[in-house]
Design a protein around this ligand. Structure first.
Ligand SMILES: [Zn+2]
Length: 211
């Protein structure tokens, strides 16, 4: 469940990404709290067997050939807001039918033409005090899914995460951690596409203004 403050943030985000025509490019992610991310490490997302994904913590320099999928807004030593790539992901193949325009270029960085939108996003996060709550996500898809299917994250013993596909009806007690914006509604709306298993501690209470 979202708090009122989180809902207000989400509504503003939906309006913003729709206004810039970027709902097919950027979505919203919860800031992950487990496993902990040491300095100079990233969550590396790779494809597993049978429509699964693995997410594990690796040193930033150990990642090759990946495109980034999640950015945190942090503050640098000069007090300036900074967008930090935290979740590179590796695709087994390029999907022509997918809506990820970043497959062949872009690497870990944000494409230059998106600077205006990104600036507004960072401003929104700062104004709402949501650095510890929400992150920017790149809309992309690793495998085909039906409308009744969503992704579910669960924690493995080795401090990695496994993401698998489950029926939408089975995640009623789970918290969403990733949303894309559905612009086909009269009002743009956040559509949850990835959840976290209850009680795993992957997402927990926080002290942020939005929390
Ligand atoms: Zn990915």
């Amino acid at each position: 469940m979202m708090t009122d403050a989180e809902l207000a943030f989400a509504t503003e985000f939906s309006d913003l990404v729709t206004r810039f025509g970027m709902a097919g490019t950027y979505g919203l992610a919860r800031v992950r709290r487990w496993p902990e991310l040491p300095r100079d490490h990233v969550y590396f997302e790779t494809e597993g067997p049978e429509r699964t994904l693995q997410i594990r913590v690796v040193p930033h320099h150990a990642v090759y050939g990946a495109v980034n999928s999640i950015w945190h807004v942090t503050i640098d030593e000069n007090g300036e807001d900074l967008l930090v790539p935290v979740q590179p992901c590796l695709h087994a193949r390029t999907r022509e039918s997918g809506n990820c325009p970043f497959q062949l270029a872009g690497g870990m960085s944000i494409p230059e033409p998106h600077a205006a939108f990104i600036g507004k996003f960072v401003e929104l996060v700062r104004r709402r005090g949501a650095r510890q709550e929400f992150a920017l996500a790149r809309v992309h898809r690793h495998f085909d899914m039906t409308d009744d299917e969503v992704l579910l994250e669960s924690a493995a013993d080795d401090r990695s995460l496994c993401v698998s596909i489950v029926g939408r009806a089975s995640v009623e007690d789970s918290d969403p951690v990733l949303w894309f914006v559905d612009t086909t509604r009269p009002q743009p709306e956040l559509l949850p596409v990835q959840y976290v298993s209850p009680g795993t501690g992957i997402v927990t209470e926080s002290e942020g203004v939005c929390g």
